[in-house]
Design a protein around this ligand. Structure first.
Ligand code: APR
Length: 236
């Protein structure tokens, strides 16, 4: 195995204290996704959406990466050209865990953008309708740089290109329910590459994987990274 494509979901950050979406007590249990995570919801109640993301943006800065984030970062550092990391997560725990390259297909909690001029920048404070865009100086347009339901995920072409080049597709801590991320395992299978799922428990997609490794990510991911048998590009 020379090129590994890793897709992570909320489960990899669960042991860092970041709530997942669909587990018991998950984020979507307490909120209507169309109210807090859709363009329509933002248009209807910008204050509610800002409060929802301001809370998550403040909370994530109190969380720390766990052994799963660190193990992936070490694998990337050791085989920089051979490990692609794509995450559905909007937290920065992969980066703070040491990952040199993270493809955030659903955007980032600590980045914002202007709905008027598309200016983007890092942002760790609260946002409101009064926040003025640093570029175009207009207010009421600043929003989290996050992909909401009904919007196109980021980096779709790069993601498909990297998957085409991979020998193995590894899904970690994702329920495999939200497309296009949920469709990647089927593309991997159509390419004839090995598919591996690491999750606390069986998912609705488990039957699609060649190998399913149950358990908490902070235990299963470091063990898998140590034993994954990735060969360097030079090794025949
Ligand atoms: N270790 C490994 N897996 C875990 C752990 C853990 N400690 N805790 C939970 N999980 C698994 C759950 O079993 C579940 O399969 O993580 C998964 C979390 O699933 P979701 O909450 O649906 O999160 P995710 O798959 O990332 O959601 C995908 O949906 O709402 C959108 O944009 C949002 O990016 C998100 C997307």
């Amino acid at each position: 195995m020379k090129r590994i494509f890793i897709l992570t979901g909320a489960g990899i950050s669960a042991e860092s204290g970041v709530p997942t979406f669909r587990d018991a007590g998950g984020l979507w249990e307490g909120h209507d996704v169309m109210e807090v995570a859709s363009p329509e919801g933002f248009r209807r109640s910008p204050g509610l959406v800002h409060r929802f993301y301001n809370q998550r943006r403040a909370d994530i800065q109190l969380r720390i990466p766990n052994a799963a984030h660190q193990a992936i970062a070490e694998l990337q550092a050791r085989y920089p050209e051979q490990v692609t990391l794509v995450t559905q997560n909007v937290d920065d725990l992969h980066e703070r865990g040491g990952s040199p390259s993270v493809i955030h297909m659903h955007g980032e909690l600590l980045r914002v953008r202007c709905s008027y001029c598309s200016y983007r920048c890092g942002w760790s404070d609260a946002l409101s309708a009064e926040t003025i865009c640093p570029a175009c100086r207009r207010s009421s347009g600043m929003r989290p740089d996050i992909v909401w339901f009904g919007e196109m995920p980021f980096f779709v072409e790069v993601i498909e290109e990297k998957l085409q080049q991979a020998d193995a597709f590894v899904a970690i801590g994702t329920s495999g329910l939200v497309y296009p991320a949920a469709g990647l395992v089927s593309i991997a299978k159509s390419l004839g590459i090995r598919t591996i799922e690491l999750n606390l428990q069986k998912t609705e997609a488990s039957h699609l994987f060649d190998e399913v490794i149950p358990g908490p990510a902070s235990q299963t991911v470091p063990r898998w990274c140590r034993s994954c048998g990735i060969a360097t590009e030079e090794t025949p």
